[in-house]
Design a protein around this ligand. Structure first.
Ligand SMILES: CC(C)(COP(=O)(O)OP(=O)(O)OC[C@H]1O[C@@H](n2cnc3c(N)ncnc32)[C@H](O)[C@@H]1OP(=O)(O)O)[C@@H](O)C(=O)NCCC(=O)NCCS
Length: 176
């Protein structure tokens, strides 16, 4: 991905001037978390620059830490960036919603795969080589250490299913 593409990633403000993009980098965590992560990856061959982008992301956006090896799909939406950790070679699918203090991390050397459109609510933790199915939701402060079926809403520690939204896009859209 070119440096220019990093700034227009996901079609964020495609017509904005460079000056307003720079302002948004400071003012809009939703935008700057993605841009700085893309820059971090774009500079992967230049370690110091890549680390600088990661540090800037962490400082400007409330402590967000994303591993260089992680895959972040298009349209991922960081509703809040405070305390978000995405480790190792985690895969975050397209259009995933991430709230504050979410951890996607390692267990037994393996990292999660988060499906498309999944909602990871405030403070939830997803660890190990688990798969969270497309359009599922993980409730606040819940712990996921096993696979979650597509469209399932899971809550608690350990997370258990409360209801399944699969095949019901209207019910899914009602969730914040
Ligand atoms: C997880 C969530 C999407 C589930 O929504 P829902 O399907 O409408 O289900 P409900 O809220 O009615 O909860 C269903 C049951 O799960 C329980 N539950 C919900 N969230 C829970 C959690 N995080 N931990 C443990 N239990 C939880 C409820 O107490 C309820 O139990 P009951 O049936 O015994 O009364 C919703 O509760 C939620 O937490 N939304 C996100 C809020 C959030 O993160 N806001 C921060 C924005 S910054």
């Amino acid at each position: 991905m070119s440096i220019r593409e990093c700034f227009t990633y996901d079609g964020f403000f495609p017509d904005a001037s460079w000056l307003s993009r720079c302002r948004m980098l400071l003012a809009n965590p939703r935008y700057s978390a993605l841009v700085l992560f893309r820059l971090q990856q774009a500079f992967r061959g230049r370690r110091r620059l890549s680390r600088l982008m990661a540090r800037l992301n962490c400082v400007l956006n409330g402590g967000i830490e994303i591993s260089n090896l992680a895959t972040i799909g298009r349209g991922v939406d960081f509703h809040h960036t405070q305390g978000v950790v995405i480790g190792g070679d985690s895969v975050v699918g397209e259009g995933v919603h991430i709230f504050g203090r979410v951890t996607i991390g390692e267990k037994n050397g393996r990292y999660p795969r988060i499906g498309r459109g999944v909602r990871l609510y405030a403070g939830c933790v997803v660890i190990g080589g688990v798969t969270v199915g497309d359009w599922a939701a993980v409730g606040p402060n819940s712990l996921v250490g096993a696979d979650v079926r597509p469209g399932d809403i899971v809550v608690g520690v350990p997370a258990r299913s409360t209801r399944v939204l699969a095949g019901d896009p209207f019910a899914w859209a009602k969730l914040i």
